[in-house]
Ligand binder design. Sequence first.
Ligand code: PMP
Length: 293
Amino acid sequence: MSRKIWLDGKIVDEAEAKISVFDHGLLYGDGIFEGIRFYEGRVFRLPGHIERLYQSARVLLLKMPWTPEEICQATLETIRANGLRDGYIRLVVTRGVGDLGLNPYLCPTPSMFIIASGISLYPEELYEKGLEVVTCSTRRPTPASLSPQVKSLNYLNNVMAKIEALKAGAKEGLMLNEQGYVAECTGDNVFIVKKGEVLTPPVSDGSLDGITRQVIFELCAELGTTIREASLTRYDLYTADESFLTGTAAETIPMVKLDNREIGDGIPGPVSLRLIEAFQKLVRSEGTEVGVS
Ligand code: PMP
């Protein structure tokens, strides 16, 4: 079945959803995006995702021609048009059509499109067995260049790291910052459990401020599990009792091996499993109603 795409205010068939070759999103990666999940007819943390989209836009001086409420409604409309109850939304805003040459001021109108689709990032069995990850040599860019907190269309850095991981036979790659501290994985935030405490790098070490990451902080508070931010090195990961990754697409998944070394006992640990279970329950118990068309 052909997917229905929301493109600049209209729902169109996938085949008609086209962007100009002069769009600076394509020519220069000049644009931003969000990845959002919906479960059982409810969109998880929609306001948080839209807020982050606006923050990314603010940093890039990308003038959004839609209000947050309009984007929220467009997102729900796209899900309804595709008749989906569970899935993933990709919301993309590009600088729009301009001339050849970087000047963004020559692009008068940004474009926005919304895709609603199914997604399965990793094979189901890995959610039970855990994921093997390798450290990539590609580093996260420093905040002095492009802030890793901007969810921009410039993901080449992550793509290069992903290629390294895949070539090494792993499904995900760990990325360090310029100083050698752990930043995140190519599309997920990283957590370890050590002596009963949950630790994750501060965003200032080079990661995206993940919405799922924020949820883990909330769940730890609810479950009475200590959690704090700490700069981590690979030493900390190699000697951790447990580890897991979080992301909208990946959800929460145990990481059981790094660089061919077992983390803890090499199986998903009890603290990770408790958090993953609480996460799966939470995502099905709240959210913005998609509604019926
Ligand atoms: N880091 C990067 C680089 C990402 O692209 C993402 C989103 N896929 C994440 C972390 C996780 O963020 P979130 O939980 O908001 O999806």
